[in-house]
Design a binder for this molecule. Structure first.
Ligand code: ZN
Length: 185
């Protein structure tokens, strides 16, 4: 099954309500790219925007945390009604935390748990998690900015993850994030 999760980074923030209504009518999920200026070299938006979106969202919210210590905020995103929550494997690795532990914590809050990886994260390091995670978010651009060009090497990374999903019989979903448009979808 193919689903489309447009990022609100591409929205007109002066008319965010109008754009969310467009997604309600046409998309499967609303993708919320949360950046802190530490894990990635940009700051996007925080809880006030997520909360505002939650008041009119009629399709599930999918929050992608590009922040250090994402675990501090799992519960708060859950309270805001986020359905799917992903954190970066790089964030867990850098702070010496367990990716499995984060996955379990997100699931225990009733959300789908995703692990995100940047284009330079060794794909073999993420394969052990396809049986635990609900989804793997494969960045097809470097996390931090919208509007970048799709990195072609992403196809091989997606294939490697798909093979492991098939091999293990997992229900894990692959989410591809960055530079996806009508030409390559
Ligand atoms: Zn994203």
């Amino acid at each position: 099954m193919r689903q489309i999760a447009p990022s609100i980074l591409s929205a007109d923030f002066l008319n965010l309500g109008r754009d969310i209504e467009t997604l309600n009518e046409s998309a499967d999920l609303i993708h919320l790219d949360v950046m802190d200026g530490c894990q990635v070299p940009n700051i996007s938006f925080g809880f006030s925007v997520v909360e505002a979106v939650s008041t009119i969202a009629r399709i599930p919210m999918d929050a992608h945390l590009m922040i250090v210590h994402p675990e501090k905020w799992f519960e708060r995103f859950s309270r805001l009604g986020v359905s799917a929550l992903s954190f970066h494997a790089e964030a867990a690795d850098n702070q010496g935390d367990s990716i499995s532990d984060f996955i379990q914590r997100i699931k225990s809050l009733g959300m789908k748990a995703g692990v995100a990886i940047n284009p330079d994260y060794p794909v073999e390091k993420i394969l052990p998690y396809v049986q635990e995670a609900d989804f793997i978010l494969v960045m097809s651009v470097f996390a931090g900015f919208g509007g970048q060009k799709f990195i072609e090497a992403t196809y091989d990374r997606v294939k490697a993850i798909k093979s492991e999903i098939d091999r293990t019989g997992s229900n894990c979903i692959i989410e591809v994030d960055g530079g996806v448009g009508t030409a390559n979808i």
